[in-house]
Design a protein around this ligand. Structure first.
Ligand code: ADP
Ligand code: ZN
Ligand code: ZN
Length: 687
């Protein structure tokens, strides 16, 4: 039972701007007693906002009159105490106010509705027609390793959940089937199930699979819903309400779904737990995976983290015994993982000036697959036609006037586009600097790769899928369908096509230029590259019935690199061991804990001055504050970005440091007027 706050004064979590310094819930007057978790509208300044009556005691009635609560959303039950605990934890951990976080994660449409309008929505929701009755689907018998995994998860569903479960299985090893069976067990126990996926694009596929399996078991309308940012505001509110009311038994969603109100939550699944998309990149920079673990622990329900290439944080926890590891070592149906061919670029005869991404041997391999009527996938993590245009006379390059970055040449619409600030211009006919007509693209993006493949392999049906080809609604679905239907011979694209898709016909995957990440200044770059390549390779040979072996082709100038050597043997375990060794000796995460303080200003000096002053305020021997450095892309849209790393050996130490430091920074900012924005990123992913 939620306790009621005393009548007359209630605490309300509401989104007060950070600079106001009002970080906790605010007091309001109320004529009636309001249960904790009640949704209300309250005045703040001259606006009215949605807020949540927050647990904890309101202070003694103050001298001055409090402003009254403007309206109460009485038609829905209050948010649960567990939901409030999750928000309190997340707000504290990621150094935001609980009101800001609540406002960011509640359905946006709530802000626009009056209590009467919300009540009308609820009535509409109750009247949803029931779905047609469908027959029970056949469930495949589980492979032995799957059976063990399901049994371990099911044991936690009934018996309390002592540890997070890391489901480690190569692509195609049947992890999704394990999620389905685990969900079945939780549903049978009368619990709600939350399944998180990293990409919106993957939700329809997953939804289809869960719906197919559970439509017979869950015939009620809205028993299976999705939650992600591509829903319309009305859909998102409807699905959120269904979850909150307990009507939705299965909720599938992207990172924001970790904050869904689920009064009977009994199981959380985090698919592709290593994926960087689980980290929110602005506002409250939370990790949905980490919050899922916290939430499951708080509720004593199981959380299953699934991956073929777990994050090194999770792997280290499995090694140390904090997580329980469940391994699926073989592909279902005996489909072999693709043979990895590390193609040595140094072995090519030196040919001056010729761009080499489409090497003759690669073209020959593609041709062979084409002649056999097989599909191939060519992967390059760079969209556009060419990353830069260049004048051979005066060395002009297509830089962005607003950013420290090149503008990318997009040939189809003849534009130069900045991928950081969006600044777009028509491609100039001649060099804007010297008038030379002979300006040429340097390097290659997916658009150029598509063009060159079509030229080199006449008759091949080449399709490109990337953020540019899928801008309009429905385009991605149509393109994926063409691939599934066999209307495509060669699929070209960015990492968008490497994730999750269950392509049945692809037998050959090529990464034409992956070396860049080997030498990145970001210590997580190798981990991301390895996961990406494993995942890309996992698109090949998912159907064992093909009679030619599937292959992954990796073009590299560094074929002896340990990362590629581990990749060639599909040896994640070896890769993880090497990486963790390096991380340990450099005392990098997971062996230390980091936070980044970022600052943005019109000049680098102003941003740096703020960070330097912030470093002066830091007084904790257990915490190391590094000097300020520019962001990897220092200037974006005429704003200079600097950042400063904070490191501690213990998480708790870092947290207690931040609790003191961040309020001091709010005060410090007032003395640094030229600073436009600043933010703390706890457990940052990109450095
Ligand atoms: P993952 O999620 O690990 O990539 P999936 O769960 O998608 O693997 O399984 C790969 C394929 O194998 C899917 O087509 C799935 O339907 C099938 N599959 C999974 N488990 C079994 C099983 N026990 N028996 C038969 N087919 C299965
Ligand atoms: Zn020029
Ligand atoms: Zn720009």
């Amino acid at each position: 039972m939620a306790e009621s706050s005393a009548a007359s004064v209630v605490r309300v979590a509401v989104d007060a701007p950070q600079h106001s310094g009002l970080t906790g819930p605010l007091d309001y007057a109320s004529e009636q007693a309001l249960a904790h978790g009640t949704l209300v509208r309250v005045p703040l300044g001259r606006r009215e906002m949605v807020g949540v009556v927050w647990p904890g005691d309101a202070g003694p009635a103050p001298e001055m009159a409090l402003r009254p609560v403007a309206a109460v959303f009485g038609s829905i039950p209050p948010l649960g105490a567990d939901w409030c605990r999750l928000l309190d934890f997340a707000a504290g951990y990621y150094q935001r106010s609980v009101g800001e976080l609540a406002s960011a994660v509640l359905p946006p449409q709530l802000r626009e509705l009056s209590p009467e309008q919300l009540a009308a929505r609820l009535r509409k929701l109750q009247k949803k027609p029931a779905k047609a009755v469908v027959p029970e689907p056949a469930r495949p018998p589980l492979a032995p390793e799957q059976a063990v995994a399901v049994e371990r998860i099911a044991a936690q569903i009934v018996g309390g959940a002592p540890k997070p479960l890391l489901l480690f299985g190569v692509t195609g090893s049947g992890k999704t089937e394990v999620y389905l069976r685990a969900a079945e067990a939780a549903l049978a126990a009368g619990r709600q199930v939350l399944v998180l996926v990293p990409e919106i694009n993957l939700t329809p596929q997953l939804e289809a699979r869960f719906t197919e399996r559970f439509a017979a078991l869950l015939p009620e309308p809205l028993a299976i819903v999705s939650l992600h940012s591509a829903l319309t505001p009305a859909q998102r509110l409807q699905n959120w309400l269904a979850a909150h009311l307990g009507r939705a038994r299965l909720v599938l969603g992207t990172r924001l779904a970790v904050f869904a109100s689920l009064p009977e939550l009994g199981l959380i699944v985090v698919d592709e737990e290593h994926d960087p998309s689980y980290k929110q990149q602005d506002g409250a920079r939370y990790s949905a995976r980490d919050l899922a673990i916290w939430r499951a622990h708080d509720l004593k329900v199981p959380v299953v983290l699934g991956s073929a290439t777990p994050s090194l944080e999770s792997w280290q926890h499995a090694e140390s015994g904090r997580y329980e590891r469940l391994t699926l070592a073989t592909r279902i149906g005996g489909g072999a993982l693709p043979r990895v061919r590390l193609f040595d670029m140094k072995a090519l005869p030196p040919t001056a000036g010729v761009t080499t991404a489409l090497t003759a041997p690669l073209l020959a391999a593609l041709k062979e697959r084409l002649d056999r009527g097989e599909q191939s996938l060519v992967f390059l993590n760079r969209r556009g036609y060419a990353p830069v245009l260049h004048c051979g006379e005066c060395q002009w390059k297509s830089d962005c006037p607003h950013c420290s970055a090149w503008r990318v040449f997009h040939k189809r619409d003849r534009t130069l586009r900045c991928h950081h600030c969006g600044f777009t211009e028509r491609v100039p006919r001649a060099c804007p600097n010297c008038g030379n007509h002979d300006i040429a693209p340097i390097g290659r993006g997916t658009e150029r790769l598509e063009e060159q493949l079509a030229e080199a392999l006449p008759g091949a049906r080449v399709l490109r899928i990337d953020a540019d080809s899928t801008r309009r609604k429905g385009e991605l679905e149509a393109q994926l369908k063409a691939v599934h239907d066999g209307e495509v011979d060669i699929l070209v694209g960015t990492q968008m096509i490497t994730k999750g898709h269950d392509f049945r016909r692809i037998r050959f995957v090529a990464a034409v230029n992956p070396d860049g990440a080997l030498f990145s200044s970001d210590f997580r770059a190798p981990e991301r590259l390895f996961a990406l390549l494993m995942q890309a390779g996992g698109r090949a040979g998912r159907d064992a019935s093909g009679d030619s072996p599937s292959e992954m082709w990796v073009q590299t100038w560094h074929r002896d690199h340990a990362l590629y050597q581990a990749l060639a043997r599909h040896d994640y375990v070896r890769f993880a061991r090497d990486q963790l060794e390096e991380r340990r000796s450099a005392s990098l995460p997971p062996f230390s804990h980091l936070a980044l303080l970022r600052a943005e200003a019109r000049t680098p000096e102003a941003a740096k001055a703020f960070l330097a002053a912030a470093a002066e305020l830091a007084q904790d021997e257990g915490v190391l504050v590094y000097p300020p450095v520019p962001h990897a892309v220092a200037r974006v849209a005429d704003v200079e970005r600097m950042q400063m790393l904070v490191e501690a050996t213990q998480r708790a130490r870092l947290q207690s440091f931040l609790r003191e430091w961040v309020p001091a920074l709010i005060a410090l900012k007032r003395e640094h007027k030229p600073v436009l924005r600043w933010a703390v990123d706890v457990d940052p992913l990109a450095i």
